[in-house]
Design a protein around this ligand. Sequence first.
Ligand code: MRU
Length: 361
Amino acid sequence: MANTFRTIWTTEDRFVEVIDQRELPHKVVVVKLKTYRDAENAIKNMTVRGAPLIGATAAYGIYLAVREMNEKGLSKEFLDEAFSALRASRPTAINLFWALDKMKAALENCDDYLKISWKEAARIVEEDIEICRMIGVHGLPLLEEISKKKKGEAVNILTHCNAGMLGCIEWGTVTSPIYQAHEKGIKIHVWVDETRPRNQGSNLTAFELTKHGIEHTLIVDNTGGHLMQHGLVDIVLVGTDRTTRNGDVANKIGTYLKALAAKDNKIPFYVALPSTTLDMRIRDGLSEIPIEKRDQNEVRYVQGLSKKGEIEQILICPETTKALNYGFDVTPSRLITGLITERGICSPTEEGICSLFPEYS
Ligand code: MRU
């Protein structure tokens, strides 16, 4: 991929580094993670975010815990504590639990914890890169078809939150077909929802689309419906933090409203779904997916670059006004046109998912 960089990598002294996403797009700051607590905090305070990247960071968190355990001569209880702390770091994205389960399985009955945890975390990272690349391979024909129908005019894609490479390792989920289409010379234009309150759209999606030279326009979260009514959106592409056996999708708060508007305007609404985000133990997204409730100050304050060039937080409501801050909502499968996975596109149903992933039948 052109302009490739990764969101998480290891250093010569075998620690882990990530980009501090809280500072983007204004500053690119690299943070070194040396302990599992560093990894836990990076997930909790959203230094890293996005379902696949949270999973990869947790995996390396376990490696760091093993390293600490060895260096300080600590008992296995320390590692168990690390597993519990990382499991509790964020509740909605299932990749976190998937990655920790993979790490646990790899460490079971092994004789060299350090070597195996290092290897397994690296494997999880490589697997995510390949999954995202393949989501692009399978999503690309959707964009090619629209482009053909529009006789080469720009394909207008609306996206919410950041399901780009910054939420993954490379490629991203939603952005993978976009980058691959762009590389093939297909004209693309992306409507970027700003995604209040943390503004993953304006801060992160706009940042990475700029880096990749993709035409895009920032819109406030309430604009999508109006654009759809006026024929200015060809397709909606969103990510997912957890998808159930029935095809219900939890994603950043506000995704559901986009799906409703898309349905009303007969606009295809696709979810870019790495299989690592499937939770096949549950069926009903609304009652069974835990929805993260975050600090009210994320709503009461906005963060941005001041005219003096400093990153500042500004209060946008009366001092005493309370705010409610749910991080995610659930889009029922009936509003979803299809799931773009690394093995192909399927309907958002148990049958559809199992046709591509028979191991879950
Ligand atoms: O709260 P965040 O920023 O971690 O939420 C992320 C999203 O909702 C993403 O769209 C989703 O994780 C997909 S990331 C490829």
